[in-house]
Write a protein that binds this ligand. Sequence first.
Ligand code: HEC
Ligand code: HEC
Ligand code: HEC
Ligand code: HEC
Ligand code: HEC
Ligand code: HEC
Length: 267
Amino acid sequence: MRRIAMVVATVAVAAVAAGTVGAETFGVRKRIPRPEAYGRVVMDTYATKAKVAPVVFDHWNHRMQYTCRLCHVDLGFAMRAGETGVREQDNRHDLYCGACHNGKEAFGWQRQERKGLTSKPVKQCDRCHSVGKPDAPKADFYAATKGLPKSAYGNHIDWLAAEAQGLLHLKDELPGVTRKRKPIRYAGEVVIHAREFNMPEIVFSHTKHAVWNGCEMCHPDIFGVEKGVTKFTMQDIFEGRFCGACHDKVSFPVNFDCRLCHTKDVF
Ligand code: HEC
Ligand code: HEC
Ligand code: HEC
Ligand code: HEC
Ligand code: HEC
Ligand code: HEC
């Protein structure tokens, strides 16, 4: 009798644990996105309700030109899909997408089309509101990324090498819009112990991360600045927190090669 009660209790605990992890975490191998779709965000907080097509935002064509920090710190974009709450009015007042998509830094909501001596404004909503619009003008992924060093995962571009080889010139500020700042150099390499027998340790490079993220993408929201104060596990990362706040969404995936992070053999 007691034995049966124990078995029931164990099954109940296991069911609760599986429930907290979420039905999508285990049991099915995730689909691997196409290279240009890795880091794609479909924004639809207001669009469908307002009877316009949802907006497609791709990371690959934006990270070719800008640091993550510029958008996610200075311009205020959230790092979770759908959390920013951008409105068309914001964009028309030079905020969020409109900080660039104003016809100066990048295309805006309308452009002037010349016909002989006269010119008239032409709306270009579909370039952003592109879901279900196969004819919307699109940047050509292969043409735009030609000549960049390749990788075998994510966008299939080795972003770190591309920047290090001087093939990308990342802008970290928008003159007149964001505040000019002087980057902090912090060359420290943090070795993170994997806390599991046999699992190689993780060497975290501040130098390489700071190029894209500055300091403020990570500190203090994601990580504390005292070694060891932030407690997390691999499961947290797989669920999109800590290193997983970027990796597996925009930065390289976590289920491709564990060795990308677990680089240092313990024995
Ligand atoms: C041009 C601006 C811009 C740049 C540059 C940029 N992002 Fe984003 N990012 C966005 C926007 C916009 C969203 C969607 C926000 C929303 O839906 O509210 C987003 C979303 C995200 C998300 C959440 C994705 C998801 O599926 O939940 C992550 C993670 C992220 N960005 C990381 C990065 C990293 C890392 C970099 C640099 C390699 C970067 N971003 C560069 C604008 C940018
Ligand atoms: C640079 C990209 C971009 C362009 C160009 C653009 N939009 Fe948007 N628009 C957005 C984003 C981002 C949202 C927020 C989407 C969401 O989360 O629902 C949005 C939202 C909207 C909404 C939802 C209601 C609201 O208050 O936000 C309407 C309506 C809209 N846009 C109309 C237009 C029209 C009409 C045009 C062309 C004249 C246009 N947009 C051009 C990016 C763009
Ligand atoms: C920091 C500047 C910046 C911000 C912020 C930004 N973009 Fe862009 N975006 C660009 C640039 C530059 C291009 C390249 C095209 C150009 O030069 O006009 C581009 C290209 C695009 C394209 C590709 C269009 C095509 O021809 O395929 C889309 C779609 C787009 N952006 C949507 C958005 C949306 C939606 C947002 C806000 C959620 C946003 N962008 C925020 C700078 C920015
Ligand atoms: C991509 C995320 C990320 C970025 C960007 C980042 N850090 Fe860190 N930082 C970490 C992690 C992870 C740790 C280790 C935390 C731990 O061990 O608990 C850390 C630890 C630290 C520490 C504690 C001392 C040490 O070496 O362990 C300091 C100081 C620090 N960071 C400063 C900075 C500065 C300054 C910048 C900007 C140049 C920066 N960080 C950028 C993730 C980041
Ligand atoms: C704020 C976003 C962000 C967070 C958080 C983050 N990374 Fe990264 N990481 C990046 C970006 C951007 C790159 C550049 C390559 C790419 O995007 O795929 C990168 C590259 C790397 C690389 C390759 C560079 C190298 O050192 O060889 C490793 C390894 C790495 N990250 C490990 C980690 C680990 C471990 C953590 C957590 C302790 C972490 N990252 C947290 C954004 C992030
Ligand atoms: C983005 C970098 C990154 C990638 C990719 C990665 N790990 Fe980790 N892993 C970490 C970090 C950081 C820790 C340390 C967390 C801690 O304090 O335990 C860790 C810890 C671990 C641990 C120790 C126990 C635990 O739960 O924390 C195991 C086991 C582990 N990882 C397995 C894997 C496996 C298997 C893969 C490949 C499928 C993988 N990791 C890929 C960053 C990574």
